[in-house]
Design a binder for this molecule. Structure first.
Ligand code: HMG
Ligand code: MG
Length: 298
């Protein structure tokens, strides 16, 4: 069976843009977020409060956030440490996300920390965010495979997931950073997490489409009862610190499938498509989303 409604956690302005070489003007980013919300996306991950040298594209978070005050959507932002949290809270962020790794290699590449050190870095951040009344999402990257370490054992992913929940995360998004997951693996991981005491209702899924499996993986997760799915308008995305990470599951592809299945999302596909076409114009290249191309005759 399938859920009646799915919440799409739109990551285009953050995961989508963070890997783009061309620096997008802050006004364009602000319009992107406004248009995504107007298309019916009720959660739009807006930016990151990371070190500006690590992700130069999102170095304008301080300028962007005040331009989003009237956006009728939840606007989570990425925060790796206390400095990031201070910056985000000073700008009125109500929802943050910390981002851990199931593997040592990616923890080092992405956070300059071991897995233990990164969890130690997050612990006071999660506590302080909750104290401030902010909702906390945890991300876990490399849940299925890692470009340096290869296949990631399910027990390893479950272990780090449990630790992120123990820190106080409200929700955990399971990241297939390099897009190597397949549907059977998704179902097996979700089942193992349930057996370890994690309820499906607190899980989200975050697929990248490197091997063309993202939509099939999302369907496997929905069949398991997951109701929050991350996606990126036009299939933008990738991670600058993960070799071979390509775009996220395209929001258009997800909405097309869910519309066909009769699962409601609240998203207007016409407005969304127009937004992604407009954004592709700013980035100077066509979108990889098949649905977007079909609907926009690109
Ligand atoms: P570090 O170099 O170890 O930093 O980086 P540090 O703690 O040693 O601090 C060094 C300097 O940076 C200090 O300045 C800090 O103040 C400053 P100094 O005192 O030397 O002048 N600093 C900061 N400045 C601004 N904002 C901050 C901040 N933190 C420290 N927040 C750090 C550690 C975590 C900061 C760095 O590794 C980093 O920024 N990493 C972010 C990488 C990133 O954003 N990756 C992409 C997002 S994750 C992703 O895409 C995966 C996901 O989509 C899920 C999936 O697909 O799997 C979520
Ligand atoms: Mg990602």
């Amino acid at each position: 069976s399938l859920p009646a409604r799915v919440r799409i956690h739109e990551v285009g302005p953050r995961d989508g843009l963070q890997n783009e070489k061309t620096v997008v003007p802050t006004e364009v980013k602000a319009e992107f977020v406004h248009r995504l919300a107007a298309a019916g996306l009720d959660t739009v991950e807006a930016t990151s409060f990371v070190h500006p040298k690590w992700v130069p594209q999102l170095a304008d978070a301080e300028q962007l956030m005040p331009m989003l005050g009237d956006v009728p959507a939840r606007l989570p932002v990425l925060v790796p440490n206390q400095r990031g949290l201070d910056r985000a809270l000073a700008l009125g962020a109500r929802e943050i996300a910390v981002f851990g790794s199931a593997t040592e290699a990616f923890a080092k590449a992405n956070l300059n920390r071991t897995v233990d050190e990164s969890l130690a870095m997050f612990a006071p951040v999660v506590a302080a965010a909750r104290e401030a009344g902010a909702r906390v999402r945890g991300y876990l990257s490399m849940c299925f495979g890692d470009p340096w370490e290869g296949a990631v054992p399910i027990e390893q992913t479950v272990r780090v997931s449990r630790r992120l929940f123990d820190l106080g995360c409200d929700e955990l998004s399971l990241g297939d950073t390099i897009g190597v997951a397949t549907p059977g693996h998704v179902t097996a991981l979700l089942t193992a997490l349930n057996e370890a005491g994690v309820p499906t209702g607190r899980l989200a899924v975050h697929f990248h489409d490197t091997y063309g499996q993202a939509l099939a993986n999302a369907l496997a997760a929905l069949r398991h009862g997951v109701t929050t799915v991350d996606a990126s308008a036009g299939g933008l995305g990738g991670c600058p610190y993960a070799k071979s990470a390509t775009g996220n599951l395209a929001t258009e592809d997800l909405v097309w499938m869910l519309n066909g299945l009769g699962v409601s999302t609240g998203v207007d596909l016409g407005l969304l498509t127009a937004t992604s076409v407009w954004m592709a114009g700013h980035l100077g290249r066509p979108s990889p989303s098949r649905t977007l191309r079909a609907l926009s005759h690109q």
